[in-house]
Every structure is written in C-alpha cells, then in structure tokens.
Design a protein around this ligand. Structure first.
Ligand code: CTP
Length: 399
C-alpha cells in the first residue's frame, strides 16, 4: 500500500522512524512528509534512508506547484505520527500553511492520527475538541499511552507503540464498507421505570457505548436501528433512532424491529425491576419510611436468545467484579454469540466515560481483552470481532 507518513515536531518524532521501518518491512511504500518543527527534532535524511524516497518538507521547494495534488491522489492512506497539539489543531481547522497541511486537505483517503504531547496539553479541552473534530471526520485516532513523558510528568500523552499504530493502519484499510448488507438492531442507554408521574428508577448508563456502536456500524455500511433509552446524545448520522423510556417499551420496539435484523446488540442497561402499578398522582410524604415492592422487568436479551434464528446476538455485561466469569455466564444463560464485559463503577472507564476497556467472551470459547481506547475505537474492534465470529460459526456449521 502507498502510505503518506506525516511527522509532527515533537520529541516522539524519533519513534516515527521506527514506524517507517515497520511499514517498509511489511512491503508498504512510504512517503515521509515532515513539518518544519519535526526537522528540528530529526533529520529528513533518516526518513530518506529508511523509505528510499526524498522526504517532502517545504511547500515552495517542490518542482511543481501542484505536486501536493498528485501525491495526495497517488497514496491510499495517510498516517500522522507524532501528531502534536499544534498539528492536530491545524488539521482540525484545515490550515494549509505547510506541505503537510496542504497535502492533508488534498487527500481524500483514510487518515490515522497518533497524538503525542504533554499530559496537560493532551487533556486540555481545546486539544480534545480538535480531536473530536477529527473523529467526526471519520479519522482513526490512535490513543496515546500512559506513562513517563519526556517532560518529566506521568500520564497519557506518550505516542502509542509503532506496532499499535501499524495495527490501526491495518484496521483502517480493512474497515471499508464491510457491514454493507447487514441490518444492525441496537439498544442503548438506560431505561427509566416510573414510580409515580414525577419519579423514576434508572441507572448511570450514558448511552455512549451504544451510540458509538451505532455510529461505527453506519459508517461501515450497515442499516442501523437504534432503540435508545433517555440519553443526552445527538442521533448518529445515518441511523434510525427509536426513543423509548421503559424496559417494556424497549422490549416492544426490539421485537417490532427484529425481523430484518442480521446482528442484534443489546448495549442498553435495562432496569431489572419496575413498579407494576404506577400511581396516577404524585406520591405524598405521609409516612416516616416507605418501601417499594418491585416486579422483574422482561429480560429482553434472554427472550432474544430463545428467538434468535441465525442472527448474531451480542449482549453486554456491566459488572463491578468477576468480569470474565460473569460475561461467560451471561453468554450461556442468554444464548448469545458474544458478550461484551465491562467493568463499571471505576473512575476512567465504563458508564459516563468517553473511553472504555472491555473483554469479549465469544461462543467459540475465546476471551479477547480490548485494551483501553475511545468508545468509538472499541466499537470498531467489536464489529471486527463480530465479522470474524460470523466466519468462524459458518465454518463450524460446514457452510
Ligand atoms: N438485559 C435485557 N433485559 C433486562 C436486563 C438485561 O435485555 N431486563 C440485557 C442487557 O441489555 C445486557 C445484558 O442483558 O445486554 C446483561 O445485562 P446485565 O444488567 O449486566 O445483566 P442481568 O441479566 O441483569 O444480570 P445481573 O443483574 O445479575 O448482573
């Protein structure tokens, strides 16, 4: 594959040399492009020697004024590593003041961005907003690692390993429209079970994981029906959103939309209990104590498990302990093909977070941990595994 390697001006620029070497080893053709700041950290000659090509550095020193257009057209993927806070900002704004910025605007293929910077710069809302812009544009962000940083601080900001960046590049190229023809039925968010006209029981689910799954499925060409409990998230582009409130309403909509579905994913945090007879008026504070008698809600996933046909059925297990055994238990008891187990209740992953760290329990007996990444990234990896699982189950059934 013909890859543009954009190198920003950070201390991690030296790691881009290792990335270039790995890509060359895998028979890719690599065109290095360095910003002015990158050249302060590492000599273009290093990349010229590694890639066997002249490194592009200066917008005005190239032979033809429109060379950036032909270079953009010739290449199949652009990876920017390290992407500094400044470079991310310039890409987000579409500034074309140097060769890399110009090339980025002229390039229409997939873009992988691997940030590296000081932890405070990484966590700054400006940086995060710029990254979100790039994500919305469909670029794959390779999250930085946590650890000791060159600035002496410890935390997220260290450029991901070159091997991880290569893996992200492979995922990006394989991704394409590989869910075309699939009809994905998704549930997301919490449910609300009313206690009276003004009160309800619910949980901390934000819906972010389910919405990320909907966005990823739609981006990969699937038709997506998203049945969502009450959340504060915009409807993902290209997705049919069906808002519901209670577990009973969610069940009704799931079965109303089940027939055409080829993949069903139950990411919703469904309330397990509800009040069967909700008072018509607000309950008054008449007694010193009160107790509630609740009845179980329908277990939608278990019912789906009994009626799944040859659909792929994926459940979630939100746990505070015993993640893998609980995920496996739910896989069996609810007749799922995969259960995504995630630890909830912690500070940085799970319910309200933008990031997650999950483990996939598969019907094939495999257990696959997915290391911490953005929920959008995790969503893509879940679909990669769903497609693999389909192939494995087909092979096992002798198709
Ligand atoms: N689920 C469902 N209907 C319910 C409860 C759960 O469809 N009434 C689904 C969830 O959408 C999720 C999976 O079942 O995909 C597991 O949910 P979870 O709350 O973790 O499990 P429970 O079966 O409720 O088990 P427990 O509360 O014992 O952990």
């Amino acid at each position: 594959m013909k890859i543009i390697l954009g190198i920003g001006g950070g201390i991690a620029a030296y790691k881009a040399a290792e990335l270039a070497r790995l890509l060359m080893q895998q028979d890719h053709q690599v065109q290095a492009v360095m910003t002015g700041a990158a050249q302060e950290f590492i000599q273009p000659l290093t990349f010229a020697a590694l890639t066997g090509r002249k490194v592009l550095t200066d917008l005005f020193a190239i032979e033809s004024a429109i060379e950036h257009i032909s270079i953009a057209q010739e290449h199949e993927l652009m990876v920017v590593a390290p992407a500094t806070a400044d470079l991310i900002g310039r890409l987000a704004l579409g500034l074309a003041g140097d060769f890399l910025g110009t090339l980025y605007l002229a390039f229409t293929g997939p873009v992988v961005v691997a940030p590296a910077m000081n932890v405070n710069m990484w966590q700054h809302p400006a940086t995060q907003a710029n990254l979100e812009t790039l994500r919305q544009r469909g670029h794959r962000i390779v999250e930085p690692d946590s650890g000791y940083l060159a600035c002496g601080m410890t935390g997220p900001g260290r450029l991901a390993d070159p091997e991880t960046i290569v893996e992200a590049i492979l995922l990006e190229t394989r991704k394409r429209r590989d869910l075309e023809g699939e009809v994905v039925l998704l549930t997301a968010g919490p449910t609300q079970e009313p206690l009276d006209p003004v009160r309800y029981i619910s949980n901390r689910s934000s819906g972010k994981m389910g919405y990320a799954l909907a966005e990823a499925a739609a981006a990969r060409g699937a038709q997506v029906n998203l049945i969502s409990g009450p959340v504060h998230l915009p409807a993902p582009r290209g997705v049919e959103l069906i808002p519901v409130r209670t577990a009973a309403e969610m069940r009704e909509q799931v079965f109303a939309h089940l027939a055409p579905a080829t993949i069903v994913i139950k990411a919703a945090a469904v309330a397990d209990f509800h009040l069967s007879h909700v008072p018509a008026q607000k309950v008054k504070k008449t007694a010193a104590r009160m107790s509630l008698e609740l009845d179980p809600t329908p277990d939608i996933l278990a019912e789906l498990g009994r009626k799944k046909g040859d659909r792929l059925l994926i459940g979630f297990a939100a746990e505070t302990q015993n993640l893998v055994p609980e995920a496996r238990r739910k896989l069996e008891s609810k007749n799922c093909d995969m259960v995504v187990g995630n630890l909830v209740g912690g500070a940085d992953v799970g319910f309200e977070s933008d990031r997650n760290e999950v483990v996939l329990a598969l019907r094939t007996g495999e257990t696959i941990p997915l290391p911490r990444a953005s929920k959008r990234e995790i969503a893509d990896r879940i679909f990669d595994q769903v497609l693999k699982l389909r192939l494995a189950l087909h092979a096992a059934n002798g198709h």
